[in-house]
Design a protein around this ligand. Structure first.
Ligand code: SAM
Length: 167
């Protein structure tokens, strides 16, 4: 398990930044270290950025407006916890979406700590996301557990010993 993740990276802030705020509250309360978020859309994310600022949470936060894949090219921290909640321009065509997600999982997978955890949202909603994730586990040493309730969170680790229960 990742306890007290020092480095959290999140893809997808959106207009509300719900996950962003959650991770930042963990940082504020000493449960996590620092959050790096990346989102491709500066307009869409503006309300979230303003809210985070008003809440005084930005000291735990580094936000980059950039494509998720491009972001991995210059990121030189080792990631303990990764969360991806991405939608938008790739999702109309499932095949493209599958390839993009596969590329993203591989790129971030290489930046992860050996005991790091990757968590993926929307695996029930977007076929391409789920298929890309399944291929990722087939082509790498990552293992995945799907929590199928709601929109489908998936949790990935490198070890064989994932024991997660659906609630
Ligand atoms: C559903 S929203 C994120 C919601 C947020 N996690 C929350 O809990 O409120 C998805 C976000 O993914 C972003 N996105 C889509 N494609 C992206 C890409 N290639 N790189 C980075 N962000 C992307 C969109 O701009 C959008 O803001």
């Amino acid at each position: 398990m990742v306890i007290n993740p020092k480095v959290i990276v999140e893809v997808g802030v959106g207009p509300e930044g719900r996950s962003t705020q959650l991770f930042l509250e963990l940082c504020k309360h000493g449960i996590a270290g620092h959050l790096w978020s990346v989102d491709i859309d500066p307009e869409k994310t503006r309300p979230a950025v303003e809210r985070i600022h008003k809440l005084g949470l930005d000291k735990y936060w580094t936000f980059t407006v950039m494509d998720a894949l491009e972001f991995t090219q210059n990121f030189d921290e080792t990631i303990n916890l990764f969360y991806i909640d991405m939608n938008g321009r790739y999702l109309e065509k499932t095949q493209i979406n599958e390839e993009i997600h596969l590329e993203i999982f591989k790129a971030y997978g290489q930046l992860m700590a050996s005991n790091g955890v990757m968590s993926i949202n929307n695996t029930c909603v977007f076929d391409g996301c789920r298929k890309g994730l399944i291929r990722f586990t087939e082509e790498t040493d990552w293992q995945c557990s799907f929590l199928r309730r709601y929109v489908g969170i998936a949790i990935c680790k490198r070890t064989q010993n994932i024991v997660l229960r659906e609630r």
